[in-house]
Design a protein around this ligand. Structure first.
Ligand code: NI
Ligand code: MN
Length: 222
């Protein structure tokens, strides 16, 4: 699994020849490491309906023919803009795709699109699991997710104000017990400035998880 951080909450994941984009907010993202027209995708996963997560989803999906996986309401919102392939899910739901299964998980935040709710998404290809928490505050049912899944990679927001901050995210790591943690949703704007290296030190002192701090554009292989 090749995981490239694109800045903010956006990641490009390549696994067994399939290309996934998570929350591809590129246009207007001061931390963006790529141009939206450079991105390829088979699947685009949108955690919730805020602009810094939907981002360039519609234009990338139209150009590449990618399927958009999101919450039911956000998937409908994206389909209404002319995207051909969408798949809506709801919290607690699990669905088997050709590449493995996806769980739509709880997140505590705003939904963005009226009537929608925020979510996280967990991918399991049968060997490796990848969890993108979306935007969320700390909540104790993260421990339940760790009972359901052995998590290899967890992408957790650490920027505070809208989500967990680094101290809250340390507790999230204690509950999730992932092999690797990639901090996201920080330093994009002044209101979400956070110390990723300080977070790494705390996590690695208190848990068995390893924190991979990625500069936008940089990638990690696992
Ligand atoms: Ni948000
Ligand atoms: Mn956000």
């Amino acid at each position: 699994m090749h995981i490239q951080y694109l800045g903010h909450s956006a990641l490009a994941v390549q696994d067994r020849g399939v290309q996934y984009l998570f929350d591809p907010f590129i246009t207007g993202n001061p931390m963006a490491a790529v141009k939206p027209e450079e991105l390829q995708a088979d699947y685009i996963i949108v955690t919730h309906g805020h602009d810094d997560h939907i981002g360039d989803t519609v234009s990338i999906a139209k150009r590449t023919g990618a399927m958009v996986i999101s919450t039911f309401e956000v998937a409908n919102h994206i389909a209404a803009q002319g995207v051909q392939k969408t798949h809506g899910m709801s919290i607690g739901g699990k669905y088997r795709f050709p590449f493995g299964y996806v769980r739509c998980t709880l997140a505590f935040h705003g939904g963005g699109i009226p009537g929608s709710f925020p979510a996280g998404f967990l991918f399991n290809n049968g060997e490796t699991s990848f969890y993108h928490a979306g935007d969320t505050g700390l909540f104790s049912d993260l421990a339940l997710l760790a009972k359901l899944e052995r998590i290899d990679v967890a992408c957790l927001p650490i920027g505070g104000n809208f989500t967990m901050d680094p101290d809250d995210a340390v507790l999230a790591v204690e509950m999730l017990k992932p092999k690797y943690v990639i901090p996201v949703h920080y330093n994009t704007f002044p209101v979400i400035e956070a110390d990723a290296q300080g977070f790494k030190k705390k996590v690695e002192a208190r848990t068995g998880s390893k924190v991979v701090v990625l500069e936008p554009g940089k990638a990690f292989e696992c």
